[in-house]
Design a protein around this ligand. Structure first.
Ligand code: AVI
Length: 330
């Protein structure tokens, strides 16, 4: 008699996050220094995450669907290249279709799989965990609510891992920051482990600027939600209509730069911080960078962090890379 298919289960643990700066502290620091800036991590409250999901569906925002297409085309080869007993560890909540492509292929071959997503958002992990449990049997989801690096250190060290970091989130780090983050990922990996990294490539300025300043204004709303969040959570009185969204591609840097621009000379108060802020007409708040990489820059990034690029899969237009990295021999 055939043995019953294991059902799988869902488990979630939360790690303490000591010493992390609060939203209020970051806002005070960013808006009282010159030039003004706000860290992009604060774009993702519940409303920001909803808007980001809408961005991923936009005709101009090609990264999500391009990366999913590459994964669909090469998932067989990818799984062939991973140790058969690998667990899948995902940095990010995997709230998208992309993780499912990967998990489906592992499960088709093996019948059961351990999947360990790491994310700072408990609700994103709960939602994606529930969805995956409904869709797949044989899947053991061990979710960890944590920053990526402490979360990675929690993953059972003896297991062989495929660590995935998709969506070109690496692009939201500056170049030295990306190397240093990848080095820390490398430090918890052993020789048989693999790292799957999604990276957006350098391309035509017009394509990039449209992707970050879409015709429907969803990215503008996503960016301005930072000010709305300050209004909601800290008692600010930003008038959103007096700020505009700006996305520029700086070709030499290979970086899309997002700002909010004050349309007039104005003052804004943030009650719970006891702050009154003055804005000149045309003054900018820097909110996000999205760095783009050429294939050679990807090789250089990997190598500086102690990896070799085993494969760099791309799409027909060569707009996006899904790279399989392996630890370089020391
Ligand atoms: C999450 N991250 C990779 C997105 C990007 O493309 O840099 C964030 C984003 N910001 C505006 N649109 C998308």
């Amino acid at each position: 008699m055939a043995s019953p298919i294991p059902q799988g289960d869902f488990e979630l643990r939360e790690l303490p996050r000591p010493g992390e700066k609060t939203f209020a502290e970051s806002v005070r620091e960013g808006l009282t220094t010159h030039p003004k800036s706000l860290p992009c991590r604060y774009l993702y409250d519940a409303e920001g995450s909803r808007l980001f999901d809408a961005i991923c569906e936009l005709p101009e925002y090609y990264p999500t669907r391009t990366e999913a297409g590459i994964l669909r085309s090469y998932v067989g080869e990818l799984v062939d290249r991973c140790a058969p007993e690998s667990v899948v560890v995902e940095l990010g909540s995997g709230s998208s279709i992309k993780t499912e492509i990967l998990l489906e292929e592992f499960l088709r071959r093996r019948g059961s799989l351990e999947y360990e997503p790491i994310d700072v958002s408990r609700s994103a992990l709960e939602d994606s965990g529930r969805r995956l449990m409904d869709r797949f049997s044989g899947l053991w989801v061990r979710a960890i609510v944590a920053e990526y690096l402490p979360g990675l250190q929690e993953v059972v060290p003896k297991q062989t891992k495929l660590v995935t970091w998709l969506g070109s989130s690496v692009g939201n780090f500056d170049r030295p920051g990306a190397i240093s983050f990848l080095k820390q990922v490398r430090a918890v990996m052993s020789d048989a482990d693999r790292f799957l990294l999604g990276v957006d490539r350098r391309k035509d300025k017009r394509v990039l600027e449209a992707a970050y300043d879409d015709a429907q204004g969803v990215t503008a709303a996503f960016n301005k939600n930072l000010l709305a969040r300050i209004n909601r959570e800290l008692g600010g009185n930003f008038r959103l209509e007096d700020f505009s969204h700006r996305a520029r591609y700086l070709e030499d840097d290979g970086r899309v730069c997002l700002h909010l621009i004050s349309e007039t000379k104005q003052s804004v108060t943030i009650e719970s911080l006891g702050l009154e802020l003055l804005f000149e007409e045309g003054e900018a708040i820097h909110t996000e960078d999205s760095y783009k990489y050429s294939p050679d820059e990807i090789i250089a990034l990997a190598s500086a962090a102690g990896f070799e690029v085993e494969r760099d899969w791309t799409d027909e237009q060569q707009w996006f890379s899904v790279c399989l990295l392996k630890p370089a021999s020391r």
